[in-house]
Design a protein around this ligand. Structure first.
Ligand SMILES: Nc1ncnc2c1ncn2[C@@H]1O[C@H](COP(=O)(O)OP(=O)(O)O)[C@@H](O)[C@H]1O
Ligand SMILES: [Mg+2]
Length: 1080
């Protein structure tokens, strides 16, 4: 986006007036007041046309920032408030763009800010010119030459802690693009007297203090120096230390700057050696020594210092010593040596020191020039910066040769200023086609002539006087002046022939006065001749030339005896005149830019504006004169475009837009405003305004009009703003309403839609249900009809076909089906038959419910059948055994607790093998019948219940008891006599055999036994009895029964016994009637 260009003018927000040309009325008082007003508002810069007045603020101001540089960059001179940057920019741009060499002339008295101004100009140019490594190096070298020159050429004075004691002109060279290429420095008039003597409160050049404070011990030893300032006569002690100045640090800065500028190490060292030698020269002292021929002679007091100097400079000590004692004058192949008295010796010493130092300084400038000179031969554009003393006027006739020379220089600069300003003015008038009217101003050419005229100018007089043989003094010089210049209207002297000043007591006899353009200056004539001569005895320069120190040698080329030159060296005055002439010539080819520096007070203090002091400077800087020159024709001029732009609102035709050429617009404007014709003139591109009053009238009108316009703009803007706001609101309202309506309608539509759907679905449901009902009814009717038809058909068919079917076909089919099922059942049963073991309880589940009873019956039959099968396998004996077992089961099962244990025991009958045992041979023989049981039993004694073992034998007809040992038969009872057998229901083996009453066997009573095979014995007894007698033997099972013992009936009672006697039941006769058996 293009940066919006803000058109501004110097005339905006002015404090006082920014350009003195516009000052009305113009006099010293208004001039000073304007400066003061601006100074009080931190506006230290004011213009006189294109001249910048700068008032030293003595404090840092925030107006040199990079932003400010940008502000002033590429802006027109009068566009912004006055500033040194505006001048720098103007100069740099016209150099770069219009190919005009520039010079910037900075003048002002000591401490007014000249050097600062020159640095600001240089830094501005450095900031805005090209960039790049090479360019930056050049810039750096140019900028770094300052510290070096300041160290050797600046000193603390009463007026300025860093006062330049030399005039400096620096040409900066640029290429066609405006990039810096290099530079050339010229120096003028170093104040060398300072080397040997300084006024009260001032110092010698900085470098001496810097060297002693900042050098390392090693360097000091090498230079045979001591750090203590008080050791050196040339250093004034009352202000050796300056507040806020660090000499040691500055020394390092200077060494560094020298390196950047391009000094070799050995060069820098040589320079310091010369400085040391100068310092030490001051310590050489002389004492008087009388000689025979009556002439005064001096002698060096202490040769030690001399020796050290000679070692440092590598000069033969005797040569230097001689040079301090004799003066050789050569005239036409004749050499005359005269001795020097003490005063002359001191004079020679100081002259040597001053020369050594000032030549060193010039050498330094040349050396710097060598480093910074442009490396190319292409055509260069040049910007010169001149930083030189301004007019110097000391009170009380303290002005001497130096002031005279300086003021001469300023006189010349003023002349250039007048010349160039007028020339430019005239050129502009011609360019613009305006008639040139005579300008009344003071031309100072006449004063320049008084000083520099080659035949009767003051400087020529002085030279003449210096060269004249015979005694020459300042007084003879003054006399000469009085003769030659007496009639000059700017020369005043008490002794002049004219009687004008005879009675002027303000003019001492030893003085002359010159009316400079800037004011009258009273010069003290004392020292003029000496200073102009600037004499160094030849012996000394020759001694210096003989030095082994190459730098020193090169500084004194005139000491070379081979090039002996009897002509006197040019005097200081003529040298200066020549260099001023060169400078002027140089400046005349360039476009001048002036910076006039003013010191607001003598205290180096901020915020103080001493009107008297400023007034003095304004006078000698000739500033009022400058304004007058500027204003001689027209005070103000401006191109038509900006002029029309600025004032077009003052006339209806030109506001707001003028269509047509700007000049015509301005003409209309000025006619409309009824500005008198003589007040302005129309140039080709500019309007010229004669009087500042006219301009200010325009400005006032503009200001008023602007206020009205501002109100108008404000009004329109407010109206516009409200209307746009309203329109925006209305637009927004419509949008919102539309959206809301849409929303509401949408919602309503959705509601209707959903209600419709509900109603629709209800109706559809109702319809569907109705149809469904009808369909269902129809279907049922159809079904009913079909059923009826089917039945009817069935009846019909049955009726028709009955004759073809047997009446019991259904039964047959049923039976057949049943048969098939049963058949299938049996066939399946065949495969599922359980094992043939009678104890196998498995039986397949029944397949059909109606076969339940058959199934059970079948199971039973099968069981019986397999039992039969099982039985059929038995032998006769086994059968017998099973018969007996069966008998036993019928008799005792569930009656006698002993029974279950007997089931598993096979009935053996003949346990005792009577046939085989020979013991029982007799017994066997006694029995003819078959023996059914032969077993040992316990016979219970009827009397006490104790038991005895007896062999129990059962045969077909008898029951026999025999002794176990002998086998002798004890009792024999026919089975017919056995009536009953009794036993308990319990798990014991007791049993009683009851005998028929009255029988033979019964005489001893019933028997009571116990046996392990009770069940077998009782069963066999029962069966045998049954088969023999065909009577069933009575078997009583009871826990209490009666037994017939002889005549007594005894009750046998079974009780639950303890287990004391183990598992064997015990029998005990309780009394006559009771026998107790305890069963465990
Ligand atoms: N523009 C400025 N802004 C701030 N201080 C300044 C300015 N110009 C000068 N000074 C102060 O005044 C002192 C003297 O200035 P200087 O340029 O050395 O004077 P001159 O060269 O005229 O003798 C400087 O050291 C500085 O402190
Ligand atoms: Mg200075």
């Amino acid at each position: 986006m293009a940066k919006m260009e803000v058109k501004t003018s110097l005339l905006d927000n002015m404090i006082g007036v920014g350009d003195m040309v516009l000052l009305e009325p113009l006099n010293e008082e208004t001039f000073i007041n304007n400066l003061k007003k601006r100074f009080d508002h931190n506006e230290i810069y004011t213009y006189i046309g294109n001249v910048v007045i700068s008032v030293n603020p003595y404090r840092p101001l925030p107006i040199y920032s990079p932003e400010k540089v940008e502000d002033y960059r590429n802006r027109n001179f009068y566009e912004l408030s006055p500033h040194i940057f505006a001048l720098s920019d103007e100069a740099y741009r016209s150099l770069r763009d219009q190919d005009k060499d520039q010079c910037i002339l900075i003048t002002g008295e000591s401490g007014a800010g000249k050097t600062e101004a020159s640095k600001l100009v240089m830094s501005y140019v450095a900031a805005v010119c090209g960039k790049g490594a090479e360019v930056n190096q050049v810039k750096e070298q140019l900028l770094q030459s300052n510290p070096v020159l300041e160290a050797f050429g600046n000193a603390k004075t009463v007026r300025n802690d860093n006062s330049s004691r030399f005039g400096k002109y620096m040409d900066i060279e640029f290429d066609f693009k405006g990039d810096p290429l290099g530079g050339v420095i010229s120096n003028y008039l170093l104040e060398k007297s300072r080397v040997v003597k300084q006024p009260r409160g001032e110092r010698n050049f900085h470098v001496f203090y810097q060297l002693l404070s900042g050098a390392s011990e090693e360097l000091l030893n090498k230079l045979t120096l001591e750090r203590d300032f008080s050791r050196y006569n040339y250093l004034s002690l009352d202000s050796a230390k300056v507040n806020g100045v660090d000499d040691a640090a500055n020394f390092r800065t200077v060494r560094n700057a020298m390196q950047i500028v391009g000094f070799m190490d050995h060069e820098a060292e040589s320079v310091l050696e010369v400085v040391a030698a100068v310092l030490k020269l001051g310590n050489i002292e002389f004492k008087p020594e009388s000689r025979v021929n009556g002439l005064d002679e001096s002698k060096i007091k202490d040769k030690n210092e001399l020796k050290e100097i000679c070692e440092l400079t590598r000069i033969d000590q005797s040569v230097l010593e001689r040079a301090f004692s004799f003066r050789t004058v050569e005239a036409k192949q004749e050499k005359v040596s005269t001795t020097l008295n003490v005063a002359q010796a001191y004079y020679a010493r100081d002259a040597l020191a001053k020369n050594l130092y000032s030549r060193l300084f010039s050498w330094l400038v040349n050396r710097i020039n060598e480093s910074i000179k442009a490396q190319t031969k292409v055509r260069k554009k040049v910007m010169g910066v001149l930083d030189i003393y301004g007019f110097e006027i000391f009170e009380n006739a303290d002005n001497s040769f130096e002031q005279f020379i300086i003021n001469y220089c300023n006189e010349k600069l003023q002349q250039i200023f007048i010349e160039l300003t007028l020339k430019e003015e005239q050129e502009e008038y011609v360019r613009e086609g305006i008639e040139w009217t005579h300008i009344d101003y003071f031309n100072n050419a006449i004063i320049c002539d008084l000083i520099e005229n080659n035949t009767n100018g003051i400087l020529a007089m002085l030279d003449e006087e210096c060269l004249r043989p015979g005694t020459v003094t300042d007084e003879t010089f003054l006399e000469k002046l009085n003769q030659v210049c007496a009639t000059h209207q700017h020369f005043e002297s008490r002794m002049s022939k004219s009687s004008r000043f005879l009675n002027d007591t303000s003019l001492p006899h030893s003085c002359f006065r010159i009316q400079h353009y800037a004011g009258k200056v009273l010069y003290q004539v004392e020292g003029f001749v000496d200073k102009n001569n600037d004499l160094l005895y030849r012996d000394l320069s020759q001694a210096m030339w003989k030095a082994g120190h190459s730098l020193i040698k090169s500084l004194f080329p005139e000491g070379n005896p081979a090039k002996i030159n009897l002509k006197r060296p040019p005097t200081a005055g003529s040298q200066f005149k020549a260099s001023v002439a060169t400078l002027m010539k140089n400046l005349q080819t360039k476009n001048p830019n002036y910076i006039r520096c003013i010191k607001p007070n003598d205290k180096k203090a901020a915020h103080i504006f001493s009107e008297a002091l400023v007034c003095h400077q304004i006078r000698y800087l000739g500033l009022l004169e400058s304004v007058r020159v500027r204003r001689a024709g027209y005070a103000f001029r401006q191109a038509y475009e900006p002029c029309l732009e600025r004032y077009k609102m003052l006339c209806k035709q030109t506001w707001p837009h003028w269509k047509g050429p700007a000049r015509a617009g301005v003409e209309v404007l000025f006619n409309e405003l009824e500005i008198p014709m003589e007040e302005y003139s129309f140039g080709r591109s500019k309007i010229f305004i004669r009087n500042p009053r006219t301009l200010f009238k325009l400005e006032d009108l503009r200001k008023q009009r602007l206020e009205d316009l501002a109100t108008l703009i404000q009004k329109i803007y407010r109206g516009w703003k409200c209307r746009t706001h309203f329109l925006l609101m209305r637009k927004s309202q419509i949008v919102i309403a539309a959206w809301y309506r849409r929303y509401a309608q949408q919602k309503r539509y959705q509601q209707i839609k959903s209600s419709t759907l509900v109603i629709q679905s209800y109706i559809r449901g109702w319809k569907a249900r109705k149809i469904l009902r009808e369909l269902k009814h129809q279907k049922r009717c159809e079904e009913a009809a079909t059923t009826i038809a089917a039945y009817w058909h069935g009846t019909q068919v049955r009726r028709e076909y009955r004759k073809f079917f047997r009446a019991n076909a259904g039964k047959k089919i049923y039976e057949f089906t049943l048969q098939r099922i049963v058949q299938k059942y049996f066939l399946e049963m065949k495969n599922k038959m359980p094992s043939l073991s009678p104890i196998d309880k498995n039986w397949p589940p029944r397949p059909y419910l109606f076969l339940d009873s058959t199934h059970k019956e079948l199971k039973r039959i099968f069981h019986l059948w397999r039992c039969k099968k099982y039985r059929d396998q038995f032998t006769d004996q086994q059968k017998l055994i099973y018969e007996e077992k069966l008998e036993a089961s019928e008799l005792f099962k569930d009656k006698k607790a002993l029974y279950p244990s007997s089931v598993g025991q096979p009935f053996q009958g003949a346990y005792l093998e009577i046939n085989k045992n020979p013991k029982y041979k007799k017994l066997k023989d006694a029995i003819e019948e078959k023996i059914i049981i032969a077993e040992v039993v316990n016979k219970i004694n009827r009397a006490n219940g104790k038991s005895t073992s007896r062999i129990f034998l059962l045969t077909n007809n008898n029951l026999l008891l025999a002794d176990q040992k002998s086998g002798q038969i004890k009792s024999e009872v026919p089975l017919v006599d056995v009536t009953k057998v009794s036993m308990s229901s319990q798990n014991d083996g007791f049993f009683a055999v009851h005998l028929k009453e009255g029988s033979e066997a019964a005489s001893k009573g019933d028997f009571l036994f116990s046996s392990d095979h009770l069940i077998e014995m009782a069963t066999k007894l029962y069966r045998t009895t049954l088969s023999q007698t065909k009577q069933k033997l009575n078997i009583e099972i009871s826990d209490e029964f009666l037994v017939q013992f002889r005549q007594d009936k005894v009750c046998v009672k079974f009780i639950q016994g303890n287990q004391k006697n183990g598992r064997v039941p015990t029998c005990k006769r309780k009394n006559n009637r009771l026998l107790e058996v305890a069963v465990p």
